[in-house]
Structures are given as structure tokens and as C-alpha cells.
Write a protein that binds this ligand. Structure first.
Ligand SMILES: [Cu+2]
Length: 113
């Protein structure tokens, strides 16, 4: 059972290492959705998820970045150092835009259905 969960995580995230995910996958019918922060961009830049989905950002750059909600639509992160992860759950449908407060050119959108 445990091995199956680990494999499911690897498939869901394309092999990316997200250490905290096994429990979330097991306890939620909505799988967490990972957004990579790399090369001074959020990737994918725009995602569409179901209400109740946990979105996980992973800073894969060598620079610090933030996940800052435009208009305080959701709780923003603190500065994420290289390798840090930030996650929050989107429970209400809507369009959520965010940016990096250190590099405001970095923007992303989460569409919650
Ligand atoms: Cu940044």
C-alpha cells in the first residue's frame, strides 16, 4: 500500500520530489497540484483545478521568491528560499492571480472551478 502511494505521487508530479505529499494524496480525493518556480517564472503559469485542491509551489531557483496573492485573495507565502515549498488549498471557485513580490514580473493565475 505504501509503495503504491509513493508511485502515485511520482506519476502525479512527473517525478518531482515533494516530501510532504503522500499523506495528502491518501486523504484527499483531489490530488495536490504542483507549480514549479524556476527560471524566474511560475510553471505552469496558469492552472485550472477543482475546488478543494491543494496547490503546492516549489522554488527550484537559486533565488528567493514569494507567492503573493494579488488583492489578498488567499494567504501569501513568506520568501521561499531555494528548495522551499509553499502550499495552500483553494476551496472556493474563482480566478486567483498572484505574483512574486521580489520580482513583480513573475505572475501566475489559478482558476478554481
Ligand atoms: Cu521571485
Amino acid at each position: 500500500m505504501k509503495r503504491w502511494m509513493v508511485m502515485a505521487c511520482a506519476v502525479a508530479f512527473g517525478g518531482a520530489v515533494v516530501s510532504c505529499m503522500a499523506a495528502d494524496v491518501a486523504s484527499s480525493k483531489n490530488k495536490p497540484y504542483e507549480v514549479a518556480i524556476q527560471n524566474f517564472a511560475f510553471s505552469p503559469k496558469t492552472i485550472t483545478v477543482r475546488a478543494g485542491t491543494r496547490v503546492v509551489w516549489a522554488n527550484r531557483d537559486e533565488e528567493p521568491h514569494t507567492v503573493t496573492s494579488a488583492g489578498n485573495q488567499f494567504t501569501s507565502s513568506k520568501a521561499l528560499d531555494s528548495g522551499d515549498i509553499y502550499a495552500t488549498t483553494f476551496s472556493k471557485p474563482g480566478t486567483y492571480t498572484y505574483y512574486c513580490s521580489i520580482h513583480p514580473m513573475m505572475v501566475g493565475t489559478i482558476i478554481v472551478q
